[in-house]
Ligand binder design. Structure first.
Ligand code: ADA
Length: 617
């Protein structure tokens, strides 16, 4: 869920100073200069409820240069947040081990900053992602432990008589199956340490009652503006709490809330449907008012009116058949690791648009809110999934793993709930779904999504069927996502491996139908081959750009010709760093080289081949 205070509104109390000045990116993205989506709150026209023209809640970015020290292989329990270190200065967000000084190092590290808030001021600090493991201390007191490196979380700032506060974040990028079961060394992407995403501080009303979440769900009548609007307060109000709700430029309406969670079903005035062709975004602002009608707190969020469903065996968006053409994308660049600058995200989406894609699978973790903002605005459809990569049955049955998996899945849902670009939610990429012992976590995860995010489709990417194994959990999903690599892995001795692709896709559809899931669309969620940038080979053999181009062209042509198939996501958009050392023999350069562009986004031959097929469809 993206809840924003706009840039103009960052009215930090005069007494408050911070060592950080940059406005939040989300606020920037919602700049009032956007023609399509004018800022209603800067309009001079007074609304019916005399809403203030400026938003109420001060939100301040805590990004910037922080103190930093790499502590290495320390015993975590011995960490003392009051200890002084030989500080260097590092930016937040950052992956410290993307820098030459720490490249490839594993260990603990500490980030520290100070900021000012008024004495006794309630506040909430929101973290986009702390990786891989983290502990957050305020003024030396432990407030939170984080055990998923890509999940959003927040802490309530303990109130204090002093105005200067110290925020210390202990991070650790060492693998530890016991302490941190969600991150395993075998994952086929390099896992970094640091404060990877934005940190913001929200000042909250002194009464302690504030708006925790605003969630918009388009209903069956979405095209005529029918939505449900769930408002979550921090606590049950002692007496009826008045809120004003304003859509876009329209006059605000007042409602009275008596519970911590209230679900309203208002109609969005002047509704316009969101679609990839016309990604129209609406905005709702919710303001808590005191008895005299003065604003206490507010949240604003964007949303889209659209409907994703499976009907008659087809994937449908807004009632029309939808065919997904796209890529799996890791948030990664050699210079920034997983802390990709906004400009790089725009670059990637421009290339994906040029390739005639309408879809991105955010492999294999919860997405950066800035990327989702861009997809909302540009009309890309997104599959967002929880952190996961080939977990075996022991991990899937570990109660600590299940607890952490469930909590990061829920955090993902809350963080990105209002983004219309997300149509699919998933979990447990290529885990052991053929094992009866794994069933419980699949059931729990699907149930959690259906309970907390009922208007999206549930799926998970399986590699069992292509590997000749059963999959025992396909009854739980709306859409069957299959990762397959015929003609790449396991084709020793085959004269022309490309000939394996089409029969394998046919077989997948047949198997799904034979299992009795003929009404569920089949989605090829991964397929690809390695092509080393600049490697040309007259034999057109493995690792050459020529083989990769022919491979992807064959895969796209076949998938898009199958009636039962609702699309294809190629593996992968760009080359990425992965595990190294002895494990990397299948990974030249210690990279996964299946990108259609290399790590610097230089197109390989496959680029033109894919573009041709996607643009013809
Ligand atoms: C899997 C996995 C990807 C990547 C890919 C590959 O399907 O989901 O993350 O590892 O294989 O390149 O082999």
């Amino acid at each position: 869920m993206l809840l924003v205070a706009r840039k103009k509104a960052l009215t930090w109390p005069a007494a408050v100073h911070s060592n950080v000045v940059s406005p939040s990116t989300s606020a920037h993205l919602l700049s009032p200069s956007r023609k399509r989506d004018r800022n209603p709150l800067s309009s001079p026209r007074p609304s019916l409820t005399a809403l203030p023209l400026q938003p109420v809640r001060p939100v301040r970015s805590l990004n910037g240069l922080w103190n930093f020290a790499f502590l290495g292989d320390i015993e975590l329990e011995s960490f003392d947040p009051s200890q002084r270190h030989e500080w260097e200065r590092l930016p937040v967000p950052s992956a410290f081990d993307v820098l030459p000084a720490y490249a490839g190092k594993r260990g603990a590290a500490v980030y520290e900053t100070t900021f000012d808030v008024p004495a006794h001021q309630p506040a909430r600090i929101e973290f986009g992602a702390v990786s891989m493991w983290g502990r957050v201390y305020i003024d030396g007191v432990l407030c939170h432990e984080q055990r998923c490196g890509f999940a959003q979380f927040s802490i309530l700032l303990p109130t204090s008589a002093s105005t200067r506060r110290t925020l210390t974040v202990l991070v650790d990028n060492r693998f530890d199956a016991k302490r941190l079961p969600m991150h395993e060394e075998k994952f086929d992407f390099y896992q970094y340490g640091g404060i990877l995403r934005d940190v913001t501080c929200h000042l909250l009303p002194v009464t302690g009652l504030f708006l925790d979440r605003v969630q918009v769900t388009p209903l069956a009548g979405y095209a005529s503006g029918e939505i449900s609007l769930a408002l979550t307060l921090s606590t049950t109000p002692k007496e009826a709490q008045i809120v004003a709700i304003q859509f876009d430029d329209e006059p605000a309406q007042q409602h009275s809330l008596t519970a911590a969670l209230t679900t309203l079903t208002p109609h969005v005035p002047s509704p316009r449907v969101w679609s990839p062709q016309s990604p129209h975004l609406h905005r709702v602002r919710v303001v808590l008012l005191d008895r005299n009608g003065h604003p206490l707190d507010d949240l604003t969020t964007r949303f889209g009116l659209r409907r994703i469903e499976v009907r008659n065996g087809q994937l449908q968006l807004n009632g029309d058949r939808l065919i997904l053409r796209g890529y799996n994308r890791h948030e990664w660049h050699p210079h920034y690791g997983p802390c990709t600058p906004l400009l790089q995200m725009v670059n990637d989406l421009q290339m994906l648009r040029d390739l005639d894609c309408n879809f991105v699978r955010g492999s294999h973790y919860p997405q950066d809110a800035r990327f989702l903002d861009l997809c909302d605005e540009l009309g890309f459809l997104v599959f967002e999934e929880n952190l996961g990569w080939q977990q075996d049955r022991n991990v899937l049955n570990n109660p600590d793993y299940r607890r952490d998996h469930a909590s990061s899945l829920l955090a993902m849902v809350y963080a990105s709930y209002n983004h219309p670009c997300i149509i699919l939610r998933g979990f447990l990429n290529e885990a052991e779904s053929d094992q009866p012992a794994s069933r419980a976590i699949y059931e729990e995860s699907a149930a959690l999504l259906r309970q907390h995010d009922p208007s999206r489709l549930v799926t998970y990417a399986t590699d069992r069927l292509p590997n000749g194994k059963p999959d025992l959990n396909l009854d739980l999903v709306d859409l069957i996502s299959i990762n397959l690599y015929p003609g790449w892995y396991g084709c020793e001795g085959v004269e022309d491996p490309l000939t394996l692709i089409a029969p394998c896709m046919d077989k997948m559809v047949r198997l799904v139908d034979e299992m009795g899931f003929g009404e569920k669309p089949v989605f090829f969620s991964e397929i690809g081959a390695e092509g080393l940038y600049g490697w040309h080979d007259p034999h057109h053999d493995f690792f050459s750009e020529e083989y990769q181009a022919a491979y992807l062209a064959t895969a796209c042509t076949k998938a898009l010709s199958l009636d039962r198939c609702c699309g294809i996501a190629l593996w992968q958009f760009c080359d990425i760093r992965t595990y190294g050392k002895g494990k990397s023999l299948m990974r030249p350069r210690t990279f996964n080289n299946k990108g259609t562009v290399d790590e610097y986004r230089r197109p390989k031959l496959a680029y033109a081949a894919v573009k041709k097929i996607f643009s013809e469809k």
